[in-house]
Design a binder for this molecule. Structure first.
Ligand code: PSU
Ligand code: MN
Length: 301
């Protein structure tokens, strides 16, 4: 039912490092045609870090872990690609259509294919001003023992509430060279992580212990956005407040909220939030590759 690409299947069989990548950020989180460039650049960043990239999504009704270039291109550029959380996965499969996977659905598929390291931008969480709108990313992180590299939760969210929800879900929140949860576009949130590591080897050691204990949840490895592209919290705060007000006025609901907010913040910052988003995605892909390589090396030893 889940189709693993030959390259990824081969790497898994040899116990070589593999890094899963999601496709919702491509289909719904970034503007065309930049989204396709970023998707391919993330794969390239993983590969040059010594790991095999496995982009995850549903093409023509088939859930895929590892895609050909044409398939990534299709999800990035085609119209009508669904945004899939875990609950939605059956829909494109039953209909033979396409869907891009969020963090939640990517966790589900990658885990079942045997991939244990995953890089994304920012996870979903508890929305601001509507604490009933909670991303299923949190549910899935709570029940999937995967190492997930991110830049924290997207700062359009309520970060303090998201942090609490991660604790309840049983997700270990780790700072990569930081004591604070990064705030996606900016480096600092004032919210402490559970534990700090300073390099890929330390992250790999912590992850192996977490995994070998059989703990049910994810380990979230939070890397701040690269300094050259990071925004200051105060410059992005106004843009986020305006975007939230616009979303409310226009009655944006459900799965439309996150893409709408990301787009509105990018407009309001003259594209600078988009550059920060792209930079952190590439950085997270590099970090994930380095940790996956360190894990594979230690497992082989
Ligand atoms: N990270 C980004 N851009 C994105 C996302 C993450 O830099 O667009 C996506 C992820 O796929 C995440 C989703 O799972 O946003 C969360 O959406 P929601 O709040 O509707 O659960
Ligand atoms: Mn939501």
């Amino acid at each position: 039912m889940i189709r693993t690409s030959p390259t990824v299947a081969d790497a898994l069989a040899r116990r070589s490092p593999v890094v899963a990548l999601e496709s919702t950020v491509l289909a719904h989180g970034l503007p065309r045609p930049r989204n396709l460039q970023v998707g391919l650049a993330m794969e390239e960043a993983v590969a040059s870090g010594g790991a095999v990239p496995a982009t995850v999504g549903v093409v023509a009704g088939v859930p895929r872990v590892g895609m050909e270039r044409a398939e990534v291109e299709h999800l990035a550029m085609a119209d009508g690609v669904l945004k899939l959380s875990t609950r939605d996965l059956a829909v494109p499969v039953a209909r033979g259509t396409d869907g891009a996977t969020t963090v939640a659905a990517t966790l589900w598929l990658a885990m079942r294919a045997g991939v244990r390291v995953f890089a994304t931008g920012g996870i979903g969480g508890v929305h601001r001003g509507d604490e009933r709108d909670v991303s299923a990313d949190l549910t899935e992180l709570g029940r999937t023992p995967m190492l997930v590299v991110c830049a924290g939760a997207k700062s359009v969210l309520d970060l303090a509430a998201t942090r609490e929800a991660l604790e309840t879900a049983g997700v270990l929140v780790v700072g990569f060279g930081t004591d604070e949860l990064p705030a996606f576009y900016s480096a600092r949130s004032g919210i402490p992580v559970d534990v700090r590591v300073d390099d890929a080897a330390q992250a790999a050691g912590l992850w192996r212990a977490h995994r070998d204990l059989g703990l049910p949840g994810a380990m979230l490895l939070c890397a701040p956005p690269p300094v050259e592209h990071a925004l200051q919290a105060d410059e992005v705060d106004g843009a986020i407040a305006d975007a939230l007000a616009r979303a409310r006025r226009e009655g944006i609901r459900g799965k439309e909220v996150t893409p709408f907010l990301l787009r509105a913040v990018a407009e309001a910052t003259g594209g600078r939030s988009l550059e920060a988003n792209v930079a952190l995605l590439l950085n997270n892909a590099r970090v994930a590759a380095a940790v996956a390589v360190a894990v594979a090396r230690a497992d082989g030893a």
